[in-house]
Design a binder for this molecule. Structure first.
Ligand code: CA
Length: 174
């Protein structure tokens, strides 16, 4: 398979872009920061930030490295991520995602899309807004699958970032 790492390489190696298929990793470099490698799971590319940080810090880390906090959009995506995390030994890891109900309690939006979460897979009894202070969504392993939980946004967790969907919006300057 030919991996098109840049537009120039694509032009040189791929007479038509249809001959190129996406690889299993994606390298992104932003604004002089070190290159970040994303891995492919199902249809999206992700990376995990392995330092525990607040949800607010997590947003900026993903953006700084060319991504966004993960937005899980379907049961298949949730299951694929869960399988991957388990296979890679992340069973004790909590990971921030883009979901939050900071604007309105119990109305969960994605800071990545600005839209209501299209899919949720809460672990048992969640979201419970324990202590009235849980407004950010992370993943944790419960009953052999990674599921969602609302948690305190300032608490420290690792971060699941996804690559940005540059085709989501269209710039039209006409
Ligand atoms: Ca909770």
């Amino acid at each position: 398979m030919i991996k098109c790492g840049s537009f120039l390489i694509a032009l040189l190696l791929c007479p038509t872009l249809y001959l190129c298929s996406a690889g299993d990793t994606l390298s992104v470099t932003c604004d002089g920061n070190s290159q970040q490698t994303y891995f492919k799971v199902n249809t999206k590319y992700y990376f995990i930030w392995h330092t525990n940080v607040s949800w607010f810090n997590a947003i900026h880390i993903c953006r700084r490295l060319g991504g966004d906090l993960a937005l899980i959009e379907s049961a298949s995506e949730m299951q694929s991520i869960s399988n991957y995390l388990i296979s890679q030994g992340y069973g004790n890891t909590w990971l921030w995602t883009s979901g939050n109900d900071l604007v309105q309690n119990r109305k969960f939006l994605s800071v990545t899309s600005g839209m209501p979460l299209p899919y949720t897979e809460w672990s048992g009894g969640q979201p419970d807004n324990a202590g009235g202070n849980e407004h950010c969504v992370h993943l944790w392993l419960r009953n052999n699958s990674f599921r969602m939980n609302d948690w305190i946004c300032s608490s420290p967790a690792q971060v699941l970032c996804q690559s940005q969907n540059h085709s989501r919006c269209i710039d039209d300057y006409n």
